[in-house]
Design a protein around this ligand. Structure first.
Ligand SMILES: NC(=O)c1ccc[n+]([C@@H]2O[C@H](COP(=O)([O-])OP(=O)(O)OC[C@H]3O[C@@H](n4cnc5c(N)ncnc54)[C@H](O)[C@@H]3O)[C@@H](O)[C@H]2O)c1
Length: 459
């Protein structure tokens, strides 16, 4: 019998056992990589009904193959600071799965970057990218480099050294990196400049998140934040409400956060708080976005300085307190595991109705449980923040066709993609017996297409 045609149904208990044994093996084989374990646990747990109903996946060891990246690259990044001192950082690229297209995923420059962080991000990226309906596989990368306090020239020299090694492993049809925490249009520019020099060719599609003047897409900067709000709006509309008239709390004040705030405000919400790694600001009458954009996008200052322009607002040191502010919608847009059990309980106590994850894995497994138990609508990162990579794929399409779409065109496509992602998640959740559970829906919808492609392509 053809393996793909295997039809003997697996009992749910057998599927649970299969998944829990695999999870134990993942923990054993990747010791100390807690973020990676957490991401795998969330996905595998929700795939139990799929494994039970589609025995071919177990027969083809699809799960066992998916939790092992195609390759994990780790490399030395030496560079010289402005004082002439030689510094050394560690760079990473994980190429997780190219079952449905070239590896695709951002680069993160932050001192906490290690193998566990890039692997959790790369693993999640496989399913997120599939959900977008675009032909892109999953990857992620970065370095334990801290861009804070570095000069433009230091950033440039670091990016050049990083790309000198990375360039050997990427290409428009192989692996296409983009930005993430600490990597914006400036870094992408330096990375692209070095890649171009080494490749001896103008391959615009090798990186996304480029500036508009040399191959970037209109709407890419806004895409993750706008997309997250489009997704949450759709989720709320199905429950009979929306952003209009709601009080919203958003963490972070970086790329995702700023454009999530902008779209939420455009839809008629009042955003009362945002943060950075030092603390948060609370402005009861509603934050003034122009001030945040000026501080963060133009002057590179701390969010604490917001109160200089708006003395009626309050600045509080430390990030956790932001979740105690009463709100109807919370959009965590800063970093992983920023909402634990206590913060989730505080949000529920403060009357939260919906959570939209702009950041990757911002809620711990315990926090998600609190939200689900309390009937809070929950939009998981894989689905809610897929707008960024969707427009990255649109950037690749424009690059290969050598044309540029208007902002209206890109935004229209983004809205349609987020709508389709919402539909696939709800349909998958329903089909596998967990109606309304978008965590399960996103994992299942993302998984099935990749799994089928893997089976079709052989081992
Ligand atoms: N940029 C994208 O297109 C994109 C796409 C999908 C997901 N994401 C995810 O969104 C999140 C934010 O990415 P970004 O691109 O906006 O990065 P960014 O560097 O532009 O902004 C990150 C923000 O978070 C703040 N921050 C960091 N640690 C914090 C903490 N512990 N508490 C509060 N604030 C903290 C920083 O000060 C900064 O304001 C990350 O999880 C990233 O993986 C980004």
């Amino acid at each position: 019998m053809h393996l793909a045609e295997q039809t003997t149904l697996i009992d749910t208990r057998e599927a649970e056992l299969h998944v829990s044994q695999l999870l134990e093996a993942v923990k054993r084989r990747n010791p100390g990589e807690f973020e990676f374990h957490q991401a795998v646990q969330e996905v595998l747990t929700s795939l139990v009904p799929v494994v039970a109903q589609k025995p071919a996946y177990a027969a083809h060891a699809v799960l066992e193959r998916l939790v092992e990246p195609d390759r994990l690259l780790s490399f030395r990044v030496p560079w010289q600071d402005d004082a002439g001192r030689i510094r050394v950082n560690r760079g990473f690229r994980v190429q997780f799965s190219n079952a449905i297209g070239p590896y695709k995923g951002g680069l993160r420059f932050h001192p906490t970057v290690n193998a566990s962080i890039v692997k959790f991000l790369g693993f999640e990226q496989i399913f997120k990218n599939t959900l977008t309906g675009q032909p892109i596989g999953g990857g992620k990368g970065g370095a334990d480099f801290d861009p804070k306090g570095k000069s433009d020239f230091e950033i440039m020299r670091f990016c050049q050294s990083f790309m000198t090694e990375l360039s050997k492993h990427i290409g428009p049809d192989t692996d296409v990196p983009a930005g993430d925490i600490g990597v914006g249009a400036r870094e992408i520019g330096y990375l692209f400049g070095q890649y171009k020099k080494l490749a001896g060719a103008y391959e615009a599609g090798v990186l996304t998140g480029k500036d508009i003047g040399y191959g970037g897409s209109l709407g890419r900067k806004e895409a993750t934040g706008y997309g997250a709000v489009y997704f949450v709006e759709e989720m709320l509309q199905h429950a009979g409400s929306g952003f209009r008239g709601s009080t919203v709390v958003v963490s972070g004040s970086g790329n995702v956060s700023i454009y999530a705030m902008e779209k939420a405000m455009q839809l008629g919400a009042k955003v009362v708080a945002c943060s950075d790694s030092g603390g948060f600001v609370y402005h009861k009458e509603g934050l003034v976005l122009e001030t945040i954009k000026r501080l963060k996008e133009v002057e590179g200052r701390r969010i604490a300085d917001y109160v200089e322009a708006h003395p009626e607002a309050l600045y509080v040191e430390g990030c956790d307190g932001i979740w105690t502010i009463p709100c109807e919608i919370a959009l965590p847009c800063a970093t992983q595991n920023e909402i634990g059990k206590t913060a989730a309980e505080a949000l529920v106590l403060g009357g939260v109705r919906a959570i939209g994850e702009g950041a990757n894995m911002p809620s711990t497994l315990e926090a998600i449980e609190v939200f689900q138990r309390s009937g809070v609508l929950f939009a998981p990162a894989k689905a809610a923040n897929a707008g960024g990579v969707s427009v990255s794929a649109l950037e690749m399409a424009q690059n290969s066709a050598r044309l540029s779409w208007t902002m209206e065109e890109v935004d229209g496509r983004l809205q349609a993609i987020m709508h389709d992602i919402y539909r696939s998640c709800t349909e998958a959740a329903e089909a596998y017996g967990t109606p309304g559970n978008l965590v399960a829906g996103a994992n299942i919808a993302g998984f099935v297409q990749v799994a089928d492609a893997m089976i079709a392509q052989g081992i």
